[in-house]
Design a binder for this molecule. Structure first.
Ligand SMILES: [Zn+2]
Length: 89
């Protein structure tokens, strides 16, 4: 999507909190490539009603892209996998 933006935790709100929550953890893609969230990949997104609100209430669909296979991992899938693995509570 051409209007994707790089999203960072200084955007605040639940969006910033989620970026902080996921950043720094290793993530294993289903393609078997492993990467560190927020370091090996950026968090990106676009404005979307079903997304997470920043500090001024603009909602973004938040995801990161596997550098190997290009799969777009939405934040809620990453979070669920890290919680299931015991990495996050
Ligand atoms: Zn992958």
């Amino acid at each position: 999507m051409t209007d994707d933006e790089i999203l960072t935790s200084d955007l605040g709100g639940e969006l910033g909190d989620m970026i902080d929550r996921l950043s720094g953890h290793d993530f294993d893609c289903t393609c078997s490539h492993s990467f560190e969230l927020g370091r090996d990949t950026d968090f990106v997104g676009y404005i979307h009603d079903g997304g997470l609100a920043d500090k001024v209430g603009v909602k973004y669909w938040l995801y990161t892209v596997c550098p190997d296979c290009g799969y777009q991992w939405a934040w809620h899938k990453i979070e669920a996998i890290l919680v299931r693995a015991g990495v996050l509570k």
